[in-house]
Write a protein that binds this ligand. Sequence first.
Ligand SMILES: Nc1ncnc2c1ncn2[C@@H]1O[C@H](COP(=O)(O)OP(=O)(O)OP(=O)(O)O)[C@@H](O)[C@H]1O
Length: 331
Amino acid sequence: MQTTLTIKNLTKSFDQGKVKALDNVNFFVNKGDICAVVGESGSGKTTLIRLIAGLEELDSGEIHIENKLVASIKKNIAPEKRDVGMVFQEYALFPHLSVLENVVYGIKTSKAKKERALDTLELVGLKGYEKRYPHELSGGQQQRVALARALAPKPSVLILDEPFSNLDSMMRYRLRNEVFNIIKKTGVTAIFVTHDTQDALAVADEILILQNGKLVQKDEASELYKKPQSIYVASLFGNTVQLNKGLQIAFKCPLKEDCCHAIRNENLTVNKDCDYVSEAEILKRTFLGTHSQLLLKLDNGEHLTVVTNEPVLGKTIKVGFNSKDVLAFDE
Ligand SMILES: Nc1ncnc2c1ncn2[C@@H]1O[C@H](COP(=O)(O)OP(=O)(O)OP(=O)(O)O)[C@@H](O)[C@H]1O
């Protein structure tokens, strides 16, 4: 397997070292893979992609693109010479240039610029839109022009920074699938930052998790979901309830002392037989369309929220979970 992007011991601080935005980060991305970067606000996602793109200088470490050192303490290749394409959340198109001119702008070779731009516009489904100006396009179309502009020079690495966060949820879902199908078709290696872990699960070959500037886990989506290495990682991918002492007593599930345990909300069952069950009083019901959210008071006074699509009658229910669904972390 060929590697396109290699990051070695990457460290970056701001404010004379007071804020460590990235702390000794190491990873690589294989050719043609889509790698999502996920983490809470301030975890270092933007700093990471800005360093890769050459928009920021590193403190220590190395960045290699296609086996070429592009950044180290001694070397800092200019952004336009790194062979990196970028798509930002705010499209960043030139308003006074037509769609075609916007795409041609990114191509550096002197030969057949127009042909290549037209081919790329066809690839992103915008054939016939060449003469329009950005303000004559919808948000989704503008984002596809931005993608065409980044892809037209055939970069080694395509970076997407929150590419769908300006779009409404219907558009976002459609465009997400379209964009990542196009990326896969071109075979470009892509790294994209997202707050939306559903985006990451849906399209990424690998997901990289940052916490306080540290890379805490990098795995395929399904592995990461099934085997999160910390409660931080687990809770990024859906609501997770920590099984504190009170909940362990309510469910009569004595767990190991030196571990932290949690259960995903979707693995809590209502009125079903399972390994650990507790009676619960329903304090509040919230109707959410396809399902309802119930605020519960367990036998021993502990509170818990469950989401269910079962019809729930009466004032009390049985809530429970199975031992196979309990997540355990060494924390
Ligand atoms: N130019 C800067 N000057 C000072 N501190 C900075 C600068 N850029 C980033 N930081 C700090 O570095 C840390 C990481 O910031 P970064 O923007 O990379 O996080 P992020 O994960 O992209 O956050 P968000 O999801 O909110 O965009 C934060 O503590 C931030 O305040």
